[in-house]
Design a protein. Structure first.
Length: 73
């Protein structure tokens, strides 16, 4: 490519991309994220309890599955 071709491509790219007017955030997002995480707490859904119960039942009824489960962790 010649120098003129590169200049033409550069001009077309500059005309296609509008300049960023406000690149800075208006506020810090991290404190809001911490408040949201504190408000949620650590709640377990019903599906989590079902999975825990199934895991407990598997360990009680099939003790040979314990090494396999430990291997996964």
């Amino acid at each position: 490519m010649s120098e003129e071709d590169l200049k033409g491509i550069g001009e077309r790219l500059r005309s296609a991309m509008r300049p960023m007017e406000d690149a800075e955030l208006r506020r810090d997002l991290w404190p809001a994220m911490l408040r949201r995480l504190d408000a949620q707490g650590s709640r377990l859904s019903w599906f989590d309890w079902v999975l825990l119960a199934g895991l407990g039942a598997a360990v009680v009824f099939f003790p040979a599955v314990v090494p396999a489960l430990l291997y996964q962790f």
